[in-house]
Design a protein around this ligand. Structure first.
Ligand code: WT7
Length: 654
């Protein structure tokens, strides 16, 4: 695995992308950062003297104990704002009340069932967070203990995160699409003491059995002593006496002014599990002061937040985007956020545009996979919709293909809204590279330039910078406040994954290239990680799930290009029982859904007599990728142990 598997040449199509879109003049004239000169000044200042730069920005945080030092960098370990104490929920709520912004709308929520809507001012959000925080404290949850959150996209999900932050508990949000197996794994790995969930959630008109999934998970995760259950759908659930408590009973009679716990700058704020190149998901660990400063500052720069904005980030809080740009970034900035509970096509494929027309968000941030779905669903769902409230658009999760970029620009943005293509990762805590909408000319498909404080480099397998224009590994050479502090409970994996291949530098796991203007183009992952609909999936997790089925002997999962999801999951399996055919395909799909969740369900299942292997027994995924994509194999096959395997695999396909 020492060579990037996607060489520079694979980007041939975008290399010819020469369109450039300067920011509209009236946008620039009102923007926080309105010229490239200003960006350059900020960038240079952050690079020359990071301590002065970040110290100045941290001054507005609500410190209860001032820090002694801005930065302590002992690669791969970093501490920001050493010795300081503060509370992140106070940074998101109390300081805005103190500044007289209590009556400002903090959150507008739209439910999936038509007509359901709620709004909360900063004062109301603060009160709700305080009540839940007091309830959690009364259950005995202590600072530093881990609470899993498995909830639908409701205001209570945001409230639960902030309530944990308020009492110094570490939250671990588990996306509502994950299965009970996945919940159990995460509870177990994190030693979670409590789970906050709901009876169910709405998804395309159906009710997700959230509480039921938690019940099954808890049979395998004995560290959990308490379950808090929000009544959302009203579906029947079992409540286990002594363990389970209704949310409304928990908060009943609780005070609306619970004091926040003063936490160390470097106290963990949350864990978020993400897929890596080995089977076990990694608990990416973020801490308090640096993270919230990074989330807030990047939100202000990239989304150009103004007091009258309504910011709609369509991500679920189960992903890092929902942590940094639904909850912590915008709320720390005192912005108004819009959240929506359900699917973009429920009950109809124009639901997002109906919400834009009715709620009038000014900033819209979504994923390329969603944009490709909108394109596919067709223009009739947009016809007659008033999208004139929008002034800025963003994307995240994967590279955006230039066609989708142009469609987004013209059809959703009416040609007037800048697009920010934001590159970052669960590990980076916040946006790392992105246009600044008031000053950076954009090129469709490029995340353009690094933000102030971000110092990337593109290197070869020996850690040497590659010549401009060539592809290589993307690394970060300097620490930034929002960077991950570790992999929960696994220092070795932290060092190994991010810091060992290029010593002293953070290895992002992506290939990238810089063009003649210095713009960055992300070229995909260097490890065995798929990007399906903007979410990371590890091939090995899917393979392990398949192999755990009694009929499967061996399995290999690879990605193949998919017009909507970016990558689709294709699997090759050899059997030790059962009959290949549609019935077994269905069984295996169901099995993966049970083991991991719907997002990992294979799109294509190929039954094979054998898998192509090297003489040393390693599966040659490169060949499988070609077959899955219906491409001719052009690469080297001389290490293949048995040539007939390839021919047979191709034969199966026809
Ligand atoms: C991986 C991180 C960041 C929140 C959502 C995904 C890919 C992300 C872009 C972009 C090209 C992108 C990278 C990255 N990615 N944004 N704008 N252009 N690729 O978070 O699950 O941690 O995945 O997503 O491959 O490493 P994640």
């Amino acid at each position: 695995m020492s060579e990037p598997h996607k060489p520079a040449g694979t980007l041939a199509s975008v290399m010819h992308e020469e369109r450039m879109f300067p920011p509209p003049r009236d946008f620039s004239s009102r923007a926080r950062i309105g010229s490239l000169e200003e960006y350059g000044r900020l960038y240079d200042a952050a690079r020359k003297d990071p301590e002065a730069f970040w110290g100045e920005r941290a001054a507005a945080l609500p410190w209860t104990t001032p820090y002694e030092r801005v930065l302590d960098w002992q690669p791969p370990h970093v501490r920001w704002f050493v010795g300081g104490r503060l509370n992140v929920s106070a940074a998101c709520l109390d300081r805005h009340l103190a500044a007289g912004k209590g009556e400002k709308t903090a959150l507008v929520w739209v439910g999936e069932p038509l007509g359901e809507r709620r709004t909360l001012t900063y004062r109301e959000l603060h009160a709700e967070v305080c009540r839940v925080a007091a309830g959690l404290r009364r259950l005995g949850i202590r600072p530093g203990e881990v609470v899993s959150i498995y909830m639908p996209m409701t205001p209570e999900l945001v409230i639960a995160m902030l309530a944990c932050a308020r009492i110094g508990a570490v939250h671990s949000v588990i996306f509502g699409g994950f299965s009970s197996e996945a919940i159990a794994d995460r509870n177990h790995d994190a030693r979670a003491v409590a789970v906050i969930t709901a009876d169910g959630g709405w998804r395309r008109g159906a009710q997700l059995p959230l509480k039921k999934n938690v019940d099954v998970a808890l049979e395998k995760s004995p560290t959990v002593k308490h379950v808090v259950v929000l009544r959302r759908t009203g579906q029947p659930v079992d409540m286990k006496p002594g363990r389970d408590v209704w949310w409304h009973d928990l908060v009943d009679g609780m005070p609306a002014d619970t004091p926040p716990e003063a936490m160390d700058s470097e106290a963990p704020l949350f864990i978020l599990y993400t897929s890596g190149s080995t089977g076990k998901p990694k608990g990416i660990q973020h801490t308090s002061a640096g993270y919230v400063l990074w989330a807030q500052t990047t939100a202000e720069w990239v989304f150009d937040l103004r007091d009258d904005d309504l910011f709609w980030c369509t991500a679920d809080c189960g992903w890092i985007t929902g942590h940094s740009y639904v909850t912590y970034g915008p709320l720390a900035a005192g912005a108004s956020i819009l959240i929506y509970e359900g699917a973009p096509n429920a009950p109809h494929e124009g639901r997002f545009w109906q919400i834009v027309e009715e709620e009038r968000p000014t900033i819209f941030y979504t994923a390329p996979t969603a944009i490709r779905s909108f394109m596919k669903w067709g223009p009739e769902h947009l016809r007659g919709r008033d999208l004139s409230s929008l002034r800025l658009l963003g994307t995240v999760g994967e590279g955006i293909n230039p066609e989708a970029w142009m469609w987004y620009h013209e059809t959703i943005g009416g040609g007037r809204c800048p697009i920010v293509d934001t590159w970052w990762q669960t590990e980076t805590g916040g946006i790392m590279m992105s246009p600044l909408p008031g000053c950076t000319p954009t090129k469709p498909g490029s995340c353009t330039l690094p933000l102030p404080g971000v110092v990337p480099e593109i290197v070869d397998a020996h850690g040497k910078p590659v010549p401009r224009g060539e592809g290589g590994w993307l690394v970060m050479t300097r620490p930034w406040p929002g960077m991950l502090r570790g992999v929960w409970g696994d220092e070795e994996r932290f060092v190994d994954t991010y810091w060992s291949k290029v010593p002293g530098k953070y290895l992002a796991g992506d290939n990238a290239r810089q063009d003649g203007d210095g713009y960055y183009w992300i070229m995909g992952r260097i490890d065995d990680v798929l990007n399906v609909a903007g979410h990371r999936l590890s091939t090995i997790e899917i393979e392990s799930a398949l192999v755990s089925h009694p009929t499967v002997a061996e399995a290999a999962a690879v990605g193949r290009p998919h017009e909507v999801k970016g990558e689709a999951v294709a699997v090759f399996v050899t059997l030790r029982g059962g009959e290949p055919g549609p019935a077994l395909e269905e069984t295996l799909r169901k099995h993966v859904r049970q083991q991991i969740g719907a997002l990992a369900v294979p799109d294509d299942i190929h039954f094979a007599a054998a898998l192509p292997k090297t003489r040393s027994g390693k599966i040659m995924r490169r060949l499988l990728r070609d077959i899955a994509a219906g491409r001719e194999t052009v690469g080297d096959t001389t290490t293949l142990e048995d040539y007939t395997v390839l021919a047979n695999l191709r034969g199966n396909d026809e």
